[in-house]
Write a protein that binds this ligand. Structure first.
Ligand SMILES: *Cc1c(COP(=O)(O)O)cnc(C)c1O
Length: 229
């Protein structure tokens, strides 16, 4: 087992002054590794793949708060709706509507973060500002159509670069957008509070730029080996 409890404790101590929380990203890692962090006190885990998440969820303690952080296809929402706590990468109105529908079937509330494209790379998912505004306007026009979801904040991924100035700039842009979206659409809503930015390589920059949820995988679980999946 390659899990790193020293790194875990260091991350927690760095989050503390910011009152930020850790999503331990366990994709591709076995349930035993998750159980080891659970034993150390961790309760929020993040996964990217629907089938992998449903398999692990069945094996692990029921009080784990599961966050789905990957790109989610609408036709797969139904598989995670019975238990998922937060979906980080909501990138279309259609997906938000489907999450609402499946949450209603389960008589649950599912927290959703709106993913915004902040990276220079074309390949990273997320909405541009115009798509974001369109989604928010549809939500505002008829909030009763979204009674089973709570739009709890925003999520983004910075460019995969060692250029700290660029990463900081991208995080900062999202933090500014988060502030204006909160003022415009969620001014009195205490649940709109999460800014999900920061991964193993850039979480300290993300904290300085206002992150409330960091999504950290390899630093805690070791490098991922996709060929063994
Ligand atoms: C895999 C993943 C992470 C964690 O990445 P690390 O670099 O291993 O910390 C965070 N967020 C998303 C969306 C991911 O897919």
């Amino acid at each position: 087992m390659a899990i790193n409890l020293d790194a875990y404790n260091e991350v927690l101590s760095r989050l503390k002054p910011y009152h930020a929380r850790l999503v331990a990203v366990s994709k591709t890692k076995p349930a035993e590794d998750i159980a080891a962090f659970y034993a150390a006190g961790q309760r929020i885990f993040g996964e990217n793949y629907v089938q992998e998440l449903t398999e692990k969820q069945a094996l692990l303690p029921a009080d784990i708060e599961w966050h789905f952080i990957g790109h989610l296809q609408s036709n797969k929402v139904k598989f995670i709706a019975p238990f998922v706590h937060t979906i980080h990468a909501v990138d279309s109105l259609k997906l938000l509507q489907e999450i609402n529908k499946q949450a209603a079937k389960q008589q649950r509330i599912i927290y959703c973060l709106l993913q915004v494209h902040i990276a220079a790379e074309e390949t990273k998912f997320g909405m541009d500002e115009q798509e974001l505004q369109q989604l928010l306007q549809a939500y505002q026009a008829d909030p009763s159509a979204f009674s089973q979801v709570r739009i709890a904040g925003m999520m983004g991924m910075a460019t995969n670069t060692t250029n700290e100035t660029q990463i900081r700039k991208e995080f900062h842009q999202l933090q500014q957008l988060f502030g204006s979206v909160k003022t415009t659409y969620f001014n009195n809503e205490t649940y709109f509070k999460e800014l999900s930015i920061g991964m193993s390589a850039d979480y300290q920059l993300a904290l300085q730029e206002g992150s409330t949820l960091v999504r950290i995988g390899s630093l805690l679980f070791g490098e991922r080996n996709y060929s063994q999946m």
